[in-house]
Write a protein that binds this ligand. Structure first.
Ligand SMILES: CC(C)(COP(=O)(O)OP(=O)(O)OC[C@H]1O[C@@H](n2cnc3c(N)ncnc32)[C@H](O)[C@@H]1OP(=O)(O)O)[C@@H](O)C(=O)NCCC(=O)NCCS
Length: 170
């Protein structure tokens, strides 16, 4: 994600996250955060059309996914999945062993997606979301560097058509 993406990102953000959405300035701060990595997804022939984004903070062996969103008109086309595969593989390349995140109890769509990628419910943060006091479910992966998981994720990656440019990420 580049600063120049933010106008388009902000077209999606309030629709995706409602009253609790991040501001333009929060994204600017995140892009300047040395512990953070953010990615925008765009259509192959329309790099100006941002269709989703995601990112995480990386603290040693743990990658904490802070956001993931797909343009409301582009959902159920595998974009969220591609963004998640990208998060998992780039985090692995940067040294992560585990990924974690919080998700609203009511957000069953996102929970389905994360479950598919091996995220497991390990607990709850009560009244975590300040806008409506909703609880958060805490999700964690097993060690992503284990052979079975890597086999699974590499297959997903190959089918996804993604191309990671790890050198640029580092
Ligand atoms: C969650 C979100 C990112 C999913 O994006 P997407 O691009 O539509 O996801 P994909 O098309 O890659 O879906 C992959 C899988 O996730 C699950 N999934 C996605 N949306 C779902 C829904 N509305 N209901 C049930 N399962 C859903 C399904 O298993 C789906 O596979 P399938 O389409 O083959 O059944 C999107 O709904 C979104 O932006 N939501 C608002 C922001 C948000 O809640 N972010 C997560 C914060 S933790």
């Amino acid at each position: 994600m580049y600063l120049t993406d933010l106008e388009k990102v902000m077209d999606i953000e309030p629709i995706a996250f409602g009253t609790s959405h991040w501001s333009y300035d929060s994204f600017v701060n995140e892009l300047n955060n040395p512990f953070a990595n953010y990615f925008s997804a765009c259509l192959e022939n329309e790099q100006n059309f941002i269709v989703g984004y995601s990112g995480y903070w990386l603290f040693q062996e743990e990658a904490h996914i802070t956001t993931l969103a797909t343009h409301p008109k582009m959902r159920r086309q595998g974009i969220g999945e591609k963004l998640l595969i990208n998060d998992i593989l780039t985090a692995k390349e940067l040294g992560a062993n585990w990924l974690t995140l919080e998700v609203r109890v009511s957000n069953t769509a996102a929970q389905e997606l994360y479950k598919r990628y091996g995220f497991k419910n390990i607990g709850m943060r009560k009244r975590y979301y300040q806008d409506n006091n909703e609880d958060a479910i805490i999700l964690w992966t097993d060690n992503i560097n284990n052979d079975d998981y890597m086999h699974f994720i590499n297959e997903k990656y190959e089918k996804s058509g993604l191309k990671l440019d790890i050198e640029r990420i580092k």
